[in-house]
Design a protein around this ligand. Structure first.
Ligand SMILES: [Zn+2]
Length: 144
């Protein structure tokens, strides 16, 4: 499979992402995380450890990096339209992220079936290790 780039953005367009993966959307692993944050955004997450993720802003002042619970990831929210676009961790192994598939435009056809999932039993180090292994390497962020 050739690598394909999928573009995503918040509703107003201030926050954007580019997700590159060789996996066909039917083979994506798409999760409906059952934490309160993801449920309240109706977020569907996907990532590919062999893919690539870029985060960029068209309007930097609109970027809100929100942390909660174990405070291990930045959930990227738009201050203008409120949409949750992606999440990013920074660890010794680098930066890794996932996207909310609902922000992709155009929406991929025949996207994989969603699996509900709960990570509630993880501690902070287990959570970081899982994300380093499963999230997408991030090659660009709009902050230092
Ligand atoms: Zn927005």
């Amino acid at each position: 499979m050739p690598r394909i780039e999928y573009a995503g953005r918040c509703h107003c367009g201030a926050i954007g992402c580019r997700y590159t993966t060789a996996r066909s959307p039917a083979d994506w692993s798409v999760h409906a995380c059952q934490c309160r944050f993801c449920r309240s955004h109706d977020a569907l997450s996907t990532s590919d450890p062999d893919g690539q993720l870029q985060i960029f802003v068209n309007d930097a002042v609109m970027l809100q990096r929100y942390r909660f619970a174990l405070m291990t990831a930045d959930f990227l929210l738009c201050r203008n339209c409120g949409v949750y676009t992606a999440a990013v961790i920074e660890s010794d192994a680098g930066r890794f992220g996932l996207i909310n598939t609902n922000v992709l435009s155009p929406a991929p056809e025949r996207i994989a079936v969603v699996a509900p999932i709960s990570y509630e039993d993880e501690n902070a180090s287990e959570r970081m290790i899982r994300r380093e292994q499963r999230w997408t390497p991030v090659t660009e962020v709009p902050w230092q």
